[in-house]
Design a protein around this ligand. Structure first.
Ligand SMILES: Cc1cc2nc3c(=O)[nH]c(=O)nc-3n(C[C@H](O)[C@H](O)[C@H](O)COP(=O)(O)O)c2cc1C
Length: 217
């Protein structure tokens, strides 16, 4: 079927996007407002966009027209944030922090989450998260009146000790992180335990369909 995005409503476009672009990793973002109050919320319009410089991006909307989500407002004001990744174990707590609380509510306290101090930024990290990234705001790309893409430079990463295979080689035991992804509709998530491996094909091992020889280096 063909869906012309010009002919459908914003809600319908959103449904098509989030039920097809799956699974999406979840950034569980901790920020502080201008007076230092803590805030936490999950965002699945999230990914890494470059290794050098190390850049992550998060798409953050508004609670209603003209009222940006607290996370976007806080990042604009304070220019720093912590992205925590979400494990199966932490999923129910992440869900509590997604409640559409008024700005004065500290979601970390509501979910009874323990935090640990960050090293390079003011907002703390979430202790139960197996991975946390301390980030500095690079740029907010305004996507419309009520949506912005927050681009952050990763300054440092914390990884739970038992998930580090070899610290000198920066080798991580990714399956052991048991991270979850957001799927379609309301409330569907994926585990990252159903894996398969596929090696890259070296150019030298590939003969073109027309039989052309491999170019010499
Ligand atoms: C798993 C999950 C993923 C979410 N992803 C997004 C997202 O990518 N962008 C967004 O604007 N809201 C997203 N939300 C909704 C926000 O978490 C929710 O609106 C939250 O209350 C915002 O909090 P804040 O105002 O403290 O920033 C998501 C919610 C859940 C449960």
């Amino acid at each position: 079927m063909f869906f012309d995005f010009a002919a459908i409503s914003p809600r319908e476009r959103y449904k098509l996007l989030v039920s097809t672009i799956t699974p999406r990793p979840i950034a569980w973002v901790v920020t502080q407002d201008a007076t230092g109050h803590l805030n936490a919320a999950p965002f699945s319009f999230f990914n890494a966009f470059a290794g050098d410089p190390p850049v992550v991006g998060i798409g953050i909307g508004s609670h209603e027209p003209g009222r940006p989500k607290d996370t976007r407002r806080n990042i604009r004001e304070r220019r720093e944030f912590v992205v925590n990744l979400v494990s199966e174990e932490a999923a129910p707590l992440m869900n509590v922090t997604a409640i559409e609380f008024e700005p004065s509510v500290n979601e970390l306290a509501e979910a009874q989450l323990v935090t640990l101090p960050s090293v390079l930024v003011k907002p703390p990290r979430i202790a139960i998260s197996p991975v946390s990234m301390e980030c500095a705001l690079l740029q907010i790309v305004e996507l419309g009146p009520d949506s912005g893409l927050v681009l952050g430079r990763v300054l440092a990463m914390h990884v739970r000790d038992d998930a580090v295979l070899d610290p000198a080689k920066h080798l991580i035991d990714t399956p052991n992180l048991k991270l979850i992804g957001r799927m379609h509709g309301t409330g569907w998530y994926a585990r990252t335990s159903d894996l398969f491996q596929m090696d890259r094909i070296p150019r030298a091992n590939w003969t073109l369909r027309d039989g052309s020889p491999v170019p010499s280096p």
